[in-house]
Write a protein that binds this ligand. Sequence first.
Ligand SMILES: Nc1nc2c(ncn2[C@@H]2O[C@H](COP(=O)(O)OP(=O)(O)OP(=O)(O)O)[C@@H](O)[C@H]2O)c(=O)[nH]1
Length: 479
Amino acid sequence: MPDLHSKPPSAPLAQSEAYAAAALGIAVFIACVIGTLSRPVEFLASFWPANALMLGLLLRRPSLGYHRGTWLWGGGAFVSSSLLMGDGMAAAFLLSLANLAGVLAGWVFLKRLDRDTVMLRGTLSALYLLCGCIVSSLGEALLGGMATPYLFGGSMVKAIVMWFTGALICNMLMLPVVLSAPSFEAIRRARPGSWLGYRGLLHLLPLAALVTSEVAAVLLGGPGSLVFGVPALIWCALRYSLFSTALLCLAVGITKLYTASLGLIIYTPDHMLDAVSLRLGITLLSLGPLAVASFQAVRNELLDKLNYAARHDALTGVLGRNTFLEQCAHWLQRLASERRPAAVLMIDLDNFKSVNDTYGHAAGDELLRGFTRLVQQQLGPADLLGRMGGEEFAVLLPNVSHAEAREVAERLCEATRRELFTFSDDLQLHITASIGMVHQNAPPGHERIEQWLKEADYALYEAKGTGRNRVVTRAFAAA
Ligand SMILES: Nc1nc2c(ncn2[C@@H]2O[C@H](COP(=O)(O)OP(=O)(O)OP(=O)(O)O)[C@@H](O)[C@H]2O)c(=O)[nH]1
């Protein structure tokens, strides 16, 4: 059993763990019912997603595995669904024990790996996943296989082999889906892309290729038909998300199991070796696309991070100079075409050098971060904030009148003056900022953002020269 002696969680945490354990139990119960309903049409068609679902949920939320309630809920779900579906007491108990043993074995093996690898965000994730599925399936097969002759008669070795391959294919097809499924938060934040037009059609091509290959596999049959879909699946892995690829692998695997059970391809369920071979074939077939998809996911994540780092200031997280200029240029063009007003502010902290000199560079950094947060709180969602270098920031306020822009600038100045910046070592200090502002009611659109900044810089220079801690506005002197 898992190590249940970890530090006890706090009360609200323990309650949320208890709810999560209950939710897991309900999900496993539903998966058990679905699994039982998929039982033989033919033996080969059976698909048991519950164990992989439970294992995946434990891996997604690592603390759950250390919660006693999780195993009670999971075990309860296995036993109750088994009884509900008409199994006897002994069968329900022994089969549930086998299921739990498989989940536990897979969990003990996979939880030791680093999180990225387990969550299919590592270059070797697919191989480790296969190893974890093998361990889990062995744990399940050894107990289940030993119980089978007692419950249903027949050879123990045959039962272990059939159980192992059945568990392996279910784990290998289901686990990636559970591990890569987007969280509720990610779904809420997702911006759906358009499926219309030429780009939408292009996006559908890998899926169309996959469907075509699978139809061809059913129509032509034969042993080679097992791999007809591989190129299309790899294409899907290159074009779609990891989750979509995992779903497609699951769909292809289930289709192949189902068509085999209907006898449309030559495997027959009466022959154990054919069934074992088919299951192993489908298991390994999904390995390639999953490896490609997780490699792609790692690459895309790295590219996103690189892209973010290139566009944002490392210290404060606001836009870097170049990106700010780029986005401002775009905005100003748009505002000019719509004959709408805009303002640019240049903000500079006063006597910032003395902060560095007196309290050290780290305190200066902390102050810059705190100041940035303060400015962000004062700005609206459409306003752009960028760090131009050192302790100098720029803001674009689109679609504001002169009075409104002046009000924002004054508010920033006031908020900075009032704020007591607090640092970790109980150091607190006040600071002020000077702001230069330039505004245009109807920007003509031909002037460059650099001109706006130059004008705002002149105003800032004047603010510094006339005592700091103030806003100076300046009329735009068109070139
Ligand atoms: N801690 C920290 N200091 C920085 C950073 N970038 C620039 N600086 C410092 O910011 C200071 C800017 O000094 P000055 O240009 O003299 O400006 P100031 O002291 O604010 O004086 P005024 O602008 O005239 O009010 C310099 O000491 C720089 O080393 C940074 O990222 N972190």
